[in-house]
Every structure is written in C-alpha cells, then in structure tokens.
Write a protein that binds this ligand. Structure first.
Ligand code: SF4
Length: 208
C-alpha cells in the first residue's frame, strides 16, 4: 500500500502516519490496527517532499531477505569445503555482523521500529537496543561497511583457495553462483525492491 510523504520539517524524531488514500498525515491515536496506514519514524534528515514510500508487510519483508540469506548459505557451503569449522565460524560471523548492524546502524535509522524498514531489522533493533541520533545514520553506515564486506570477502577467499588447490567445475560453479547472488542479484534487489521506496534513500550510502 503506497502513500506519499508530504511533510519534511520535523524537529527530532517522531512517529508520523499517513492515510494511504489521501496521503495526509493522520493522528496515530485514531489508527485502526487493521487499516492500511503507513507509519514512519522521521526526524531532521529531511526526506524529499512527495517521495513515495511503502509499508513493508511481513510477506514483503520475507521476500526482501531471500537474496542475503542465499548469500550466507552459499558462503557457508563454500567455506565448509575448506573445512567445516570455517563454515561454522562464517555463520557465527554473519550472526555477529547482523547483531552489530542492528546496534550500530539500525538504531540510527529513521526506519528504526517501523514498517518502513524492508528487511525487518529495524523492528528487531527496536526490541533489543534503544534509538540513537538519526542525524548520524550516514556516518554510522559508512563506518560499518568495511566490517560488513567481510561477509562477501571470506567466501571469495575460500573459493580462490579451493580453485587453486583442488580445482573442479563444481567449485567453479559454486564460486560463480556466489558471485552472481552476492555481487549482482543482491545489490540489484536492494536497489530496485528494498531501497526504491525507502524514505531514507537520499541519506543512505547503500542506496546510492
Ligand atoms: S532500513 Fe536498513 S538501516 Fe534502517 S532499520 Fe532497516 S535494515 Fe536497519
């Protein structure tokens, strides 16, 4: 269900809801839980007027997570061929990276705690950590990216090791699958499915 963000001059973060048919801000106290109303945490970052935004349903959230889950699974399979311990450590690292992402990125995001967040992480973060200063979001995201990129780098290193020491067409296909999913499908999915309608896309390094 789509609606339009009409106002951008909010001082400090607050929850704002919009009637999808009129696009007008709605008093959140009058909202029926079943009604299709778009709610979002917004603050000083300044969303562009008229920006179309979307309320991510549970189904959309599940779909939004498929490419990243596939990336983790392929990374685990590749590193398990290097050694099962490497595969398990990789999965543990993915979990750690996710928890740190929730703490150090999602808590600074205007979508924290709301259905604006495509992946659903924003709502998980709101259950675990308190909200932070959203004006720091771009800085926190950029700081975190090098750490996050290890999720892609470890399986690539594992692939190179396997191909150099024990080449097979199967390992080559596995490597190409990981590259296609992790470096092509995942970014495209983020850009055209998740970030396309995100009210925070102007401020998010990932969406650029
Ligand atoms: S939009 Fe991204 S940064 Fe914001 S809460 Fe969701 S996952 Fe976290």
């Amino acid at each position: 269900m789509y609606s339009f963000i009409r106002s951008v001059s909010f001082e400090g973060a607050e929850k704002v809801c919009f009637n999808p048919s009129s696009g007008e801000p709605t008093n959140s106290k009058r909202i029926n839980a079943k009604s299709e109303v778009f709610c979002c945490q917004m603050g000083k970052l300044g969303f562009s007027t008229g920006h179309r935004s979307v309320r991510f349903t549970t189904k959309k959230t599940v779909i939004a997570n498929i490419p990243s889950m596939l990336t983790y699974v392929l990374g685990f399979i590749i590193l398990s061929y290097v050694g099962i311990l490497f595969g398990i450590l990789y999965l543990l690292f993915c979990v750690l990276a996710l928890v740190l992402f929730l703490r150090y990125v999602c808590t600074y995001c205007p979508s924290y705690g709301s259905r604006c967040c495509p992946s659903g992480y924003g709502r998980i973060a709101s259950k675990l950590f308190k909200k932070r200063d959203i004006s720091q979001f771009p800085k926190m995201f950029k700081t975190y990216i090098p750490f996050l990129s290890l999720i892609w780098i470890y399986p690539l290193l594992g692939s190179i090791f396997l191909l150099l020491t024990d080449f097979s067409w199967y390992f080559l296909a596995l490597t190409l699958s990981f590259i296609i999913v992790g470096f092509v499908i995942l970014p495209l999915f983020h850009r055209y499915y998740e970030c396309r309608d995100c009210p925070n896309r102007e401020n998010c390094p990932w969406a650029k």
